[in-house]
Design a protein. Structure first.
Length: 317
């Protein structure tokens, strides 16, 4: 299947929905091009707001529109949405319980060579720490479509992080398992005992799946969970997978602090203690390069994930 950017799918879903629902509005902070929202702005100019490079205003205006009965989708680079407008996300959206969906585009390190100023390796931790804010990181465009359609049906705040570039699909078009706030089982493990449970989110699900396929060919028992719903985290799925695995490995495009790995470790530590390995970006400005080059450098690819799992299991024998 041809690669598709998750941000593009968000626009496509909203374009279709906005034809029937005039309360759907999209807002951009000089980001309609990078966010793939030019088609929306052109087709529904009366349902589109351009704030310019003013992310704080973007979020507050979105919250105001939501209070007037609109379904607001605020689209802006994740690096700015999760930092520059953090107070507005906290007060105007979450605390005020407004129907605003914050769409963090070009998330993680997908801005590549623009460096740390444009990377968002802290947004999972920051947004998850806000009460009443849900956090979602879909893995491919098929799951993104399911997620946005589900979010259109509710009136609660949410933060959705997607990358900048087109990504490989994780799922088959005719088989996209999805239930809101429930982890998706990408690879089913053994019914009784697994060597490892891999739990990943976002663009890390694809290499996690690749690593599992490599390891299964070598005789390892592996299960893979797509934890697109970072908050609320699917605790039941974590306990079920971790409880029958020798080790748990988390993989995320995020800082090692306060993200998916930290959340999984808290659950595993209290419910079914065993070794948890967190594979993430380093606590430092990352090297310059494309997403693939950066992931390869830090071992956040199928080969690197599989190698770490072999090394850890071997050390335990």
């Amino acid at each position: 299947m041809e690669k598709t950017a998750n941000k593009q799918k968000i626009c496509e879903v909203l374009l279709e929905a906005a034809q029937k629902d005039k309360n759907i509005v999209a807002l951009c902070s000089d980001s309609r091009g990078s966010g793939s929202f030019t088609p929306f702005a052109e087709k529904f100019p009366e349902q589109f707001v351009e704030t310019g490079i003013a992310e704080q205003n973007l979020v507050s205006i979105a919250a105001g529109l939501a209070k007037c009965g609109k379904k607001a989708y605020a689209v802006s680079p994740a690096c700015f949405l999760s930092t520059r407008s953090y107070e507005q996300c906290k007060i105007d959206v979450a605390y005020s319980n407004t129907n605003v969906k914050l769409i963090g585009i070009s998330g993680g390190i997908s801005y590549g060579a623009l460096g740390m100023s444009h990377h968002s390796a802290q947004d999972i931790a920051a947004m998850s720490a806000i009460p009443n804010m849900r956090v979602y990181i879909p893995s491919d465009h098929l799951q993104t479509e399911k997620l946005i359609k589900a979010l259109l049906k509710d009136e609660k705040p949410a933060y959705v992080r997607v990358g900048r570039n087109a990504v490989d699909t994780v799922y088959e078009e005719e088989n996209v398992p999805f239930e809101i706030d429930k982890a998706c089982e990408v690879i089913k493990g053994d019914a009784v005992q697994d060597d490892v449970a891999i739990i990943a989110c976002g663009e890390m699900v694809k290499p996690a799946k690749g690593a599992a396929e490599m390891l299964k060919k070598e005789g390892y028992c592996v299960c893979v969970l797509d934890m697109y719903c970072v908050k609320p985290l699917d605790k039941e799925a974590v306990v079920k997978a971790a409880g029958k695995a020798k080790i748990v490995v988390t993989v995320e495009e995020h800082s090692p602090f306060g993200g998916l790995g930290a959340m999984i470790a808290q659950i595993v530590g209290s419910e079914c203690p065993r070794k948890v390995i967190n594979l993430s970006l380093p606590d430092a400005p990352v090297v310059t390069g494309t997403s693939k080059e950066v992931f390869d450098y830090y071992g956040l690819n199928a080969e690197g994930i599989a190698a770490k799992i072999r090394e850890t299991l071997s050390a335990m024998e």
